[in-house]
Design a protein around this ligand. Structure first.
Ligand code: MTE
Length: 322
């Protein structure tokens, strides 16, 4: 473990059990209310197969979480992708990801929880009202997009399993379908692709469980049927096609940390002042804005979400904890 730079969470940042207890009571009430609201009609028909990629999935626009930047054209969002299980070329996911088998699908929420269990996709779709949030996505490679995602805060799901006071880290495990994912033959990463957040990061309202984009069910290349969006972190933290979420007491490395610990840290917060060992992070190219000749944009601290998230990292040396 010592070769990985994984910070221990100072005890001041860990939510005390009595706070969890109060939240649980709130959840029981909010959960019942959520079920009565906003779920699309097909979500109630349990026997029906999961909705097909591209079918309508509206979300109520949430102005609290909408950036003002113009959204990236949908065709760019769905054709310029990183999803290494389908190949490392940006066009590979759009070419090959339709092979991903989506039905049946469930996400197991396990580990440090009083009520661990598995959630069928149909149940996840009606767990909380669908919202549309326009987020920036900044990839560590230096490009960015603005995407109208459809989903709800991950905290809605985590609360359901009643995390224990020992739940300090949240691991996200993604799908592995060797017969359908040609990229798994490559040893670029250890499979399955996993990511890890600190519990308070995972519970932050900005951290989103995503089921759709542009008012439609996610296409496979963007991480169908359910993925993360963590907008203040580099894009690789936003794991696609989730099959398990595990609550841990001890820190653990993600796939990228295992592959290249000096290049990919635990936090991966967007930070223009801390360069990647092989390139600067000060500027970015917005996909869809005039290609290689468009002027680059300045990358913003925490990808422009400093007001919402900077307090999570108070007192942390962001250069050492990259
Ligand atoms: N999730 C899985 N399972 N596999 C991946 O290769 N790539 C990550 C992230 N999630 C990846 C993944 C990276 S590097 C980025 S930048 C984003 O997905 C890209 O998301 P998008 O293609 O929807 O823009």
């Amino acid at each position: 473990m010592s070769k990985f730079k994984i910070p221990a969470v100072p005890s001041s940042e860990i939510t005390p059990p009595e706070v969890w207890q109060a939240r649980r009571e709130w959840i029981a009430r909010a959960g019942a209310a959520a079920l009565a609201l906003g779920a699309p009609s097909w979500a109630h028909r349990r026997a029906m197969a999961a909705p097909a990629p591209g079918s309508p999935l509206p979300g109520k626009p949430d102005p609290r979480y909408a950036v003002m930047d113009a959204p990236t054209p949908e065709r760019d969002v769905t054709s310029y992708n990183n999803y290494y299980e389908f190949g490392t070329d940006k066009g590979d996911p759009a070419r090959h990801a339709a092979a991903l088998r989506l039905d049946p699908w469930a996400v197991a929420v396990q580990g440090e929880a009083a009520r661990p269990r598995s959630f069928a996709l149909e149940d996840l779709l009606k767990l909380a009202p669908m919202q549309e949030r326009v987020y920036r996505l900044r990839c560590v490679e230096g490009w960015s997009m603005v995407i109208p995602w459809v989903g709800y805060s991950l905290s809605e799901l985590l609360k359901q399993v009643e995390p224990t006071g020992n739940a300090r880290y949240v691991e996200f495990v993604t799908a592995m379908q060797p017969e359908n994912m040609r990229g798994l033959k490559s040893s670029v990463l250890e499979w399955p692709y996993t990511e890890v957040l600190r519990m308070d990061e995972a519970m932050h309202p900005l951290t989103m469980l995503v089921f759709g984009l542009y008012g439609k069910v996610l296409p496979q290349q963007n991480g169908a049927p359910v993925r993360l969006a963590v907008p203040w972190k580099y894009g690789f933290k936003s794991a696609k096609s989730l099959v398990a979420i595990r609550l841990h007491e001890k820190p653990l490395p993600s796939s990228w940390m295992r592959a290249a610990p000096h290049e990919y840290g635990f936090y991966a917060n967007v930070n223009p002042e801390v360069p990647h060992p092989r390139w600067s992070q000060a500027t970015e190219r917005r996909i869809g804005e005039g290609g290689l000749f468009a002027p680059k944009r300045k990358t913003l601290m925490f990808n422009g979400y400093a007001e919402q998230v900077a307090s999570l990292y108070q007192g942390l040396d962001l250069r050492a904890n990259y």
